[in-house]
Design a protein around this ligand. Structure first.
Ligand code: SF4
Length: 433
């Protein structure tokens, strides 16, 4: 979501004659787009501002900006001890619903005037702003903003505000433009895409329409709330070849008692039924999830039930985190009573266990020929390329004469828990399709 927002900001500033620099030394404005979902992210922002401070010492006229979810929180914290003396270098603070004010705030900052804009909006969707995308293959499209769910641990409804959906036709137009520019992989984004609603068009309608724009573009989406994922959406994903059979469905915990405390609005059985429907409609689906370990009052039994859930569902991958209490959330008022030591041990157990499952899932692809969209050079060797499968698995293979943006078939020869490796599969005519 933050990557998509940064592209939106670049689009806005591009209209105001700013352009992106490769190196910070060349920049007149440096900004950091912040995330407040986890406490750790906030600490990293202070570190990043420390780097900006060093740049500002060398070039005092640089304007420094802080954007995104932490903007509001940071405003009151920049002069505190915690900010490690970097607060005074910040010239502009802009929250996620106020990016339109950036050009004028930057203009004021050039004249030495600091500026803050952190109001949340019930209507802002930036529907008319074209994001400036730097990667020519994969694109993110934000289809809605905010969230009305209020899960007890989550700061998003407070930092990003209430749900708002973008205009259905504008999203389709945006995908048409991306198709003309040669993009091949589009992810529709929202905090809870299943709540998308524009003039009676729901998320399944939007997915179907977007998939029909160009059958050579893969369509993905992120993220779904299990309570709102409809049968219609599952059937839509199953029915279109170019909608990736890759579903990220955050479970957070396997324990009904913890799910209730998290205010997730579903039970583990409801979640199981949903997974069962998805697997029935799409036997080849790749499933991923989010897990929070060490939520207040979590017992060894709750932890064990979560591990059982992982065993039962056999996810291809998971984002797994220790619980960190976020100020102003309902869970903030509960005692964060699981010690750091226990949290660390439980998350280690979960990560180790899930990695084994991911490795096993990946191993099952050995010998198969998978369609891969080439993204670019492998990070480790320029003699190899990397790309992704429909199920969003990373694949590394020899370069031969292929280039980013092409679809090729790769025969998987080996794997680990994170990556598949293979060779390009040529058919008997020597043609790769
Ligand atoms: S649905 Fe997601 S974004 Fe919304 S409150 Fe829950 S965890 Fe946060």
């Amino acid at each position: 979501m933050n990557l998509a927002d940064s592209e939106l900001v670049l689009g806005l500033l591009d209209d105001d004659n700013y352009s992106l620099t490769e190196k910070m030394e060349d920049a007149d404005v440096v900004m950091v787009n912040t995330c407040s979902v986890r406490e750790n992210a906030e600490q990293r922002i202070y570190g990043r501002l420390g780097e900006f401070k060093a740049a500002k010492i060398k070039k005092p006229e640089i304007v420094v900006g802080v954007l995104g979810c932490m903007a509001e929180r940071l405003r009151s914290k920049l002069n505190t001890e915690e900010a490690k003396g970097v607060g005074q270098i910040v010239d502009v603070i802009v929250g996620p619903d106020e990016y339109r004010k950036l050009p004028s705030l930057l203009n004021q900052a050039w004249h030495g005037e600091k500026g803050i804009a952190v109001q949340l909006s019930r209507v802002e969707t930036y529907d008319d702003i074209t994001p400036l995308r730097t990667n020519g293959i994969s694109a993110w499209i934000s289809v809605m903003r905010g969230c009305n769910k209020f899960c007890s641990f989550c700061v998003v409804p407070f930092t990003r505000g209430r749900e708002r959906s973008r205009n259905y036709f504008n999203i389709i137009n945006e995908v048409e433009e991306l198709a003309k520019r040669g993009f091949k992989d589009v992810t529709l984004l929202g905090q809870n895409v299943n709540s998308y609603n524009h003039d009676g068009k729901d998320f399944a309608d939007l997915m179907k329409a977007v998939a029909e724009v160009d059958r050579t573009i893969r369509i993905r989406f992120m993220t779904s709330h299990p309570q709102d994922m409809s049968d219609k959406l599952i059937q839509t994903i199953a029915s279109k070849d170019n909608i990736c059979k890759n579903v990220h469905l955050p479970v957070q915990s396997g324990s009904d008692r913890i799910l209730d405390l998290m205010k997730r609005e579903y039970t583990s059985n409801h979640y199981r039924q949903l997974i069962s429907k998805i697997k029935t409609e799409m036997p080849e689906v790749c499933l991923t999830t989010d897990i929070i370990s060490g939520f207040p009052t979590e017992t060894e039994d709750d932890h064990r039930i979560t591990m059982q859930m992982l065993e039962e569902i056999q996810y291809d991958g998971a984002y797994m985190f220790k619980y960190s209490a976020r100020e102003n959330t309902p869970a903030w008022k509960m005692a964060d009573d699981i010690s750091e030591e226990i949290k660390s041990r439980r998350i280690d157990e979960i990560v180790t266990f899930q990695n084994k499952i991911s490795a096993k899932r990946n191993q099952a692809t050995i010998g198969k020929v998978l369609d891969v969209l080439i993204e670019g050079d492998s990070k480790k060797s320029s003699a190899e390329l990397q790309g992704r499968t429909d199920g969003n698995k990373m694949v590394i293979f020899p370069k031969e004469n292929y280039t980013p943006g092409m679809y090729i078939k790769v025969k998987i020869t080996r794997s680990n828990s994170a990556t598949l490796f293979g060779t390009i599969h040529h058919n008997h005519l020597g043609v790769t399709i």
